[in-house]
Design a protein around this ligand. Structure first.
Ligand SMILES: *Cc1c(COP(=O)(O)O)cnc(C)c1O
Length: 389
């Protein structure tokens, strides 16, 4: 049919077969199992009664879509309300909501940077940050994961003509470890660079009122700009940037993924707003912060895996990687677990460096202690069956 010639198809088939032979082929599947460790709905808010209700009410009032770009007719009161709430919660002047976290990062870095500028990024930053700096036309440097000295050396050595941006995740997606935000910000300041931090995995989970890791730092240790997602702990969909009023205007005028893409559906904005409210109210009413509940659960699970002798790194967050190394055994363990009804993602290159394939488990508040115990036993069994333990 059309230009999907047999030749094209054969080439692609070959490329896909090569991935398959290297155990790197990705496939879509419907999550089927009694326990899912692959999701990012950390606080189980996507199923919270009042979050669902808020989304339903927004649909009834505003319809299912936002009908246009925010710059055309798509701007809605809920977008602006959500932006005020995010700016206030994270302690910045203003905020801009995007169609996704990926678009927010792409839009931010391509707006801040152009040819002649330079971007300095942690090697394990999220793909959306990598793509953002690539598309910006700026020269980019990737420093060894969490190595502040390496960052400092790069900043010292690189030419200083254009604008400079330093960017890091605050909690890294694949290892679940933290970056040294105050140090990154300080080094950036010393070298006249703008500091950007992506709090995608921290929003809702860490910090006062779930405002992320940066919220509780001293004022002069906080980054210039923070990005995040509504799609993880907030249980909704969409992304955002919190920043100064000027940067917000810049984004509205420059970020192509904001200008030429339809505004976030009202239901997504309403759900995120309700999640933000729940996270704060639970804390104020003296109830145990949802993020703390999650961390307790994750620590319990970590201990179970640790006592089984599984190869873990130090405990840091709700994201727990189990090291395997080669792709083949990682995929086989994940398949064994899937057969047992446990969904855990096999993380392989190019997402992580060659030879560091791992199983990645994220704990959520939907998991019961009994789930975790059973899952830990299955994981141990699968590792033994693959002779990894
Ligand atoms: C998930 C994630 C994103 C992308 O957010 P989406 O809303 O899913 O597009 C960006 N940055 C980091 C660090 C993430 O983990």
């Amino acid at each position: 049919m059309g230009n999907l010639s047999d030749e094209n198809k054969m080439t692609w088939r070959k490329e896909l077969d090569k991935l398959e032979s290297e155990d790197r082929l990705r496939r879509l599947s419907l999550p089927q199992g009694w326990i899912d460790f692959s999701g990012n709905d950390y606080l189980n808010l996507s199923r919270h009664e009042s979050v669902i209700e808020a989304a339903q009410q927004a649909i009834a009032k505003y319809g299912t879509g936002s009908r246009g770009s925010r710059l055309m007719s798509g701007n809605q009161p809920l977008h602006e309300e959500l932006e005020r709430a995010l700016a206030e919660r994270l302690g910045y002047e203003s905020a801009l909501v995007f169609g996704s976290g990926f678009l927010a990062n792409l839009g931010l870095l391509t707006s801040l940077l152009k040819k002649g500028d330079a971007c300095f990024a942690d090697r394990l930053n999220h793909a959306s940050l990598v793509d953002g700096m690539r598309h910006s036309g700026a020269k980019f440097y990737r420093y060894e994961h969490n190595n502040i000295d390496a960052l400092r050396q790069l900043l010292k050595k690189s030419p200083v003509e254009g604008r400079r941006v330093v960017v890091t995740d605050s909690v890294f997606s694949m290892d679940g470890d933290f970056s040294f935000v105050p140090e990154v910000v300080q080094v950036a300041r010393e070298h006249d660079a703008i500091a950007v931090v992506d709090e995608a995995h921290a929003i809702g989970v860490f910090g006062t009122d779930g405002a992320g890791i940066c919220r509780d730092l001293e004022q002069d240790q906080r980054p210039d700009i923070i990005t995040g997602t509504l799609s993880k702990a907030l249980g909704s969909y969409g992304g955002f940037v919190v920043c100064s009023e000027t940067v917000r205007s810049l984004l509205v005028n420059r970020a192509r993924g904001f200008i030429y893409s339809t505004g976030l559906p009202p239901a997504c904005a309403a759900a995120a707003l309700e999640s933000l409210r729940i996270i704060k109210d639970e804390q104020q009413q003296g109830m145990f912060h949802l993020g703390d509940q999650l961390m307790n659960k994750a620590a319990t699970f970590y201990d179970m895996l640790d006592s089984a002798g599984l190869p873990l790194s130090v405990f840091q967050s709700q994201i727990i990687p189990i090291r395997v190394g080669e792709n083949g055994p990682t995929v086989r363990v994940a398949n064994r677990l899937r057969e047992a009804g446990v969904i855990a993602t096999a993380i392989r290159p190019p997402t992580v460096p060659e030879g560091t394939a791992r199983l990645r488990l994220s704990v959520t508040l939907a998991h019961t202690e009994d789930d975790l115990q059973k899952a830990a036993r299955f994981i141990e069994k699968s590792f033994r069956e693959e002779e990894l333990l």
